[in-house]
Design a binder for this molecule. Structure first.
Ligand code: SAM
Length: 241
């Protein structure tokens, strides 16, 4: 394994991500939870899905395995190369593109999402990303972000980021996400997700009870009760169109 970048070097561009993926691509393939969270919130009429900044492409692999047509884009040449080599059957759905100006027609997808992507960007960039995401999506967009209400998790990243810039990213609060999504969404539902791979929805996934009904039941039952102990906020916005 290569050394990570220097302490204070922020991840800023596709070359920085190339460097990261050289090290973390295989490791990421072991955690499939986010694909099951997305699967749980899909509607029967969501036929074409897109992931922005798909990186390891693990989600699109799992979603396609589950029978959902999902493509992913990323601007890291290394991420694209590794993913196309590892998943040759999905080569056409593993696409090099830039999230700020995607090579898709308006409304090409029913739903698009990203996970851990916008934490590396400032607010004005995030607003541009949401605008472009809304352009290519016809019904809903999803932004999964690191949860600032989970103080322990936030402090853990504060420590790790001193040694590894992968952890140097923004965490978000519920109100902040509602505000950021307001320009393009008429209604935003936020589901706190991620329980250390051990508890609640993560426990169901761990024991193989990962069908959408079971996971959704857990989300609905707990609502916002587990906000302070969840790793991420899955923010689901209905588009204003
Ligand atoms: C935190 S990673 C996402 C990891 C992904 N959710 C997964 O499960 O593997 C962020 C990804 O977004 C990509 N990215 C960042 N800015 C981008 C841009 N402007 N255009 C396309 N991809 C971008 C990076 O290359 C990186 O792979």
């Amino acid at each position: 394994m290569k050394d990570t970048m220097n302490n204070n070097e922020k991840i800023l561009n596709s070359k920085d991500w190339d460097f990261q993926w050289e090290n973390i691509f295989d490791h990421y393939q072991q955690d499939m939870r986010h694909a099951f969270y997305i699967n749980a919130i899909l509607n029967p009429n969501d036929k074409e899905i897109l992931e922005l900044g798909a990186g390891s492409f693990r989600d699109i692999v799992m979603l396609n395995k589950l029978g959902i047509s999902c493509s992913g884009i990323d601007y890291s040449d290394i991420a694209i190369k590794f993913a196309q080599e590892k998943y040759p059957d999905l080569k056409n759905k593993i696409i090099r593109d830039n999230i700020f100006k995607m090579n898709f027609k308006d409304n090409s997808f029913d739903l698009s999402y990203h996970n851990g992507l916008i934490g590396y960007y400032k607010n004005n960039d995030i607003l541009s990303i949401f605008k472009e995401q809304a352009r290519v999506s016809s019904k809903r967009i999803v932004a999964t972000v690191h949860n600032k209400h989970n103080i322990g998790f936030f402090e853990y990243f504060e420590k790790l980021k001193k040694k590894d810039s992968l952890y140097d990213l923004r965490f978000f609060e519920v109100d902040e996400m509602q505000e950021l999504l307001r320009d393009v969404c008429s209604n935003v539902v936020i589901i706190p997700v991620g329980k250390r791979k051990e508890y609640y929805e993560d426990y169901l996934i761990k024991i193989g009870l990962n069908d959408p009904k079971s996971i959704k039941k857990s989300f609905d039952y707990h609502g916002m009760d587990l906000l302070n102990e969840s790793e991420r906020l899955m923010c689901i916005g209905e588009l204003k169109k």
